[in-house]
Design a protein. Sequence first.
Lengths: 204, 204
Amino acid sequence: MSEPKSKNIVWSESQVAPEQREAILGHKPATLWFTGLSGAGKSTVALATEVALVERGINAFILDGDNVRHGLNSNLGFSPEDRTENIRRIGEVCKLFCDAGNIVFSAFISPYREDRDLVREKHPAGSFIEVHVHAPLEVCESRDVKGLYKKARAGEIPEFTGISAPYEAPENAELIVNTAENDLDACVAIVIKYLEDNGFIPAK
Amino acid sequence: MSEPKSKNIVWSESQVAPEQREAILGHKPATLWFTGLSGAGKSTVALATEVALVERGINAFILDGDNVRHGLNSNLGFSPEDRTENIRRIGEVCKLFCDAGNIVFSAFISPYREDRDLVREKHPAGSFIEVHVHAPLEVCESRDVKGLYKKARAGEIPEFTGISAPYEAPENAELIVNTAENDLDACVAIVIKYLEDNGFIPAK
């Protein structure tokens, strides 16, 4: 772990054990880190999975790429350094949510492998689940829900992932959700099954 | 609300209503923003209140000044700008915890009134509770748990709140917890009573 810039700070330990939180909440903490191209369906799958979990009495929550940039990361743009800092901060927030016992989804393009691996390293073993939400670039571009690919092709958006900036696909994701080959219900079922099979949430 | 630096971002709405989270968790969301001098007892009162709430089945969680600086804000120091950015980020994280239905404590000196008011403004009405954890400077200095006042008086720590940097006390805090006149149990009881009386948690 890198040294904090500020000195004279002391680590205060919570006197609440993770097991106490788990007993209250009825599930284990987890960060489900959704990564993938714009238009791959990260937010869509995350939003639907959040609903499915809440219907089961599990208070899941999404940190969304679009939403967080209006708040915590409103002072960051899309340069490589800013993208890295964006992901670093989100990763730290995910860790805080895990420390608090929550199941949290992050739905960010998060194109750089090194950035994602840094977030993984920050998490306690077993609590970080990398989910590659995948669809081929041409599928994402044909969806173009927000009209961003069109703008990117026209040169109106610099450093657009997949067009003018790289996307480094995960090599060892815990889970791959292919949204070109599965409908939304099937995608949600894949995520839920992973959580059940690995003991994060009770089987229904 | 200020415009985010990044354009081409769209607000995604969660399809989960706050009432659904409240029904699952059994309490309303709240940020308890503890502010006060170093040594006033912010972390001590927050840690003990966290335990008391968890014993009642309420999964409260603390964002601690010392802890967050090891993670989310490890790239910030103690200059006025860095303190402001420190508080801004923490405020946004508190808001995210509230959005997720949680009761979250922040235990930071947070010396500037304007910074705290900005955090308040970010929160939905009624979910931000400013708690002035108060003890006279001479009491805080005589405690000097971390030896910081001694270092500050020796000039070894620049910009130390109360000694070489200002502390702007809250003018309209929802709650004042005087740690010079109450023992720890009484301080915890003051906070718990506020949460009960204002409908954040069920009465015991």
